[in-house]
Design a binder for this molecule. Structure first.
Ligand code: UDX
Length: 433
């Protein structure tokens, strides 16, 4: 199959490289000359484990190409995926669809009869109808289909998620689109990944409902964690206790500093907007968004409290800045609110993150960025783990004790055992334990 991927961001690049790896001929198109030039010279603009090798192998095999020129890429395609960004629109939180609409407009005049246009970007219900209208307006006589195929990739595990998905969702309103997408995903369907075929609007809804549900699950356990602290229970025991119930399931029950990233914050807001537009209020999601926003700053207060409220002129060593491990992504990271809260309380912040410091430096001022975890702890009155990087899972407590001004570990990801930490003479503050 000949596949075109418009947009070489996270979703487009990972999906394009994986499709090529299955043996399809893939052309990735992007409007950004610097990005395309970098990709052509073998540089990957994002940090994602295994992606550089996957791209290099498929470029070498001649199955993966990059171009700026949509007019050259689109005419031979069986399927053209739209994988451009849908950021939150300023003001109302709705998904900004201008890039999606622009991509549809630009490809319209180059499509050959029978091409299936597939939205992979996360788009609100009804966007497929609008894409169809835009192309129809430009090409009234063309035979084409528009389908929806949401992605469920997690940053840091995106290739694994693409190659071994829990399910593949395709939303189609005609038989031809279904047949083409089935062919596109044939290598995965052979591997027994379930393929769910539904109407286009249901597929669009599925993506938002999935992300809102996961955000709810995380927020639920975070609030239970707060209550656990007050009543003297361990939230990790509670999470295990409820997670083994098949109706609940064990995943996404890790209490922490609140969810961040490129999807949950943006998609929950966009879903709320759709709910308002259709006068179908989503009160649970509303509460989730509010609770998660408040939580991030509350984690700063938790550190202040652990220091006994006496913070002026003190220093905190922050370990981890990205919104989760194995990514360099700083979008909506809890660290942004936490560092700000610490600085507002008059503290100096030293920080280390294995991948996120370059992006963090653009967002967080007045922070001393360090070359490793230990440098970040020099003279600090507390070590605060914000992101669960493997590099922080086996810290040398003797070395930390020498460096720190105060033996206090605030573990916002619950990656340590209280007994182990206390055995080294540290005070230990965690989440919900
Ligand atoms: C998410 C969805 O998982 C994915 O299906 C969708 O396509 C894009 O959005 P991603 O944002 O990459 O993926 O990360 P994910 O692993 O889902 O984590 C999101 C946030 O929730 C992170 O801030 C993470 O730290 C937090 N989280 C996750 C928790 O606090 N507790 C958990 O148990 C799980």
């Amino acid at each position: 199959m000949h596949i075109v991927m418009t947009g070489t961001g996270y979703v487009g690049l990972v999906s394009g490289a994986c499709f090529a790896d299955f043996g399809h001929e893939v052309t990735c198109v992007d409007k950004d000359p610097a990005k395309v030039e970098a990709l052509l010279s073998g540089k990957i603009p994002i940090f994602e484990p295994g992606l550089d090798e996957l791209v290099a192998n498929n470029v070498a095999a001649g199955r993966l190409r990059f171009t700026l020129d949509i007019a050259e890429a689109v005419p031979g395609a069986d399927a053209v995926f739209i994988a451009v960004g849908t950021p939150s629109r300023r003001g109302d939180g709705h998904a900004d669809l201008s890039y999606v609409h622009a991509a549809a407009k630009e490809m319209a005049s180059h499509l050959r009869p029978g091409t299936v246009v597939v939205t992979k970007s996360t788009v609100p219900v009804g966007t497929g109808d609008e894409v169809e209208r835009i192309i129809r307006e430009a090409r009234p006589d063309l035979e084409f289909s528009v389908a929806s195929n949401p992605e469920f990739l997690r940053e840091g595990a995106a290739i694994e998620d693409f190659k071994r998905p829990d399910r593949i969702v395709i939303g189609v309103n005609d038989e031809h689109a279904r047949a083409v997408l089935q062919e596109v995903y044939r290598p995965l369907i052979r591997n027994e990944s379930p393929l769910l075929v539904m109407a286009r609007r249901a597929a669009e809804m599925t993506k938002y409902a999935a992300n809102a549900f996961l955000a709810t699950k995380i927020t639920f356990i975070n609030e239970i964690a707060d209550l656990c602290e007050k009543v003297g229970a361990d939230v990790q025991d509670v999470a295990r206790g409820i997670g083994m119930d098949n109706r609940i399931g064990p995943r996404f029950l890790m209490a922490g500093p609140g969810y961040g990233g490129s999807c949950f914050p943006k998609d929950t807001l966009a879903l709320l907007k759709t709910g308002h537009d259709y006068q179908a209020p989503l009160r649970i999601v509303e509460a989730v968004v509010l609770a998660n926003d408040n939580r991030k700053r509350a984690m700063g207060r938790k550190v202040v409290q652990a220091l006994g409220g006496d913070t002026h002129g003190k220093t905190v060593g922050v370990l981890g800045l990205t919104f989760k491990a194995n990514t360099d992504d700083m979008r909506e990271s809890p660290s942004l609110a936490i560092v700000q809260a610490l600085q507002d309380a008059g503290m100096k912040v030293r920080a280390y993150d294995p991948e996120g410091m370059e992006l963090a430096a653009k967002l967080l001022e007045g922070v001393t960025y360090c070359k490793d975890a230990y440098e970040a702890l020099e003279g600090a009155h507390a070590a605060v783990i914000v992101t669960e990087w493997d590099a922080f899972r086996a810290l040398d407590f003797a070395r930390m004790a020498d460096l720190l001004a105060d033996k206090l570990l605030v573990d916002l990801r619950n990656i340590y055992d209280r007994d182990e930490v206390e055995r080294h003479g540290f005070r230990y503050v965690a989440v919900g334990r």
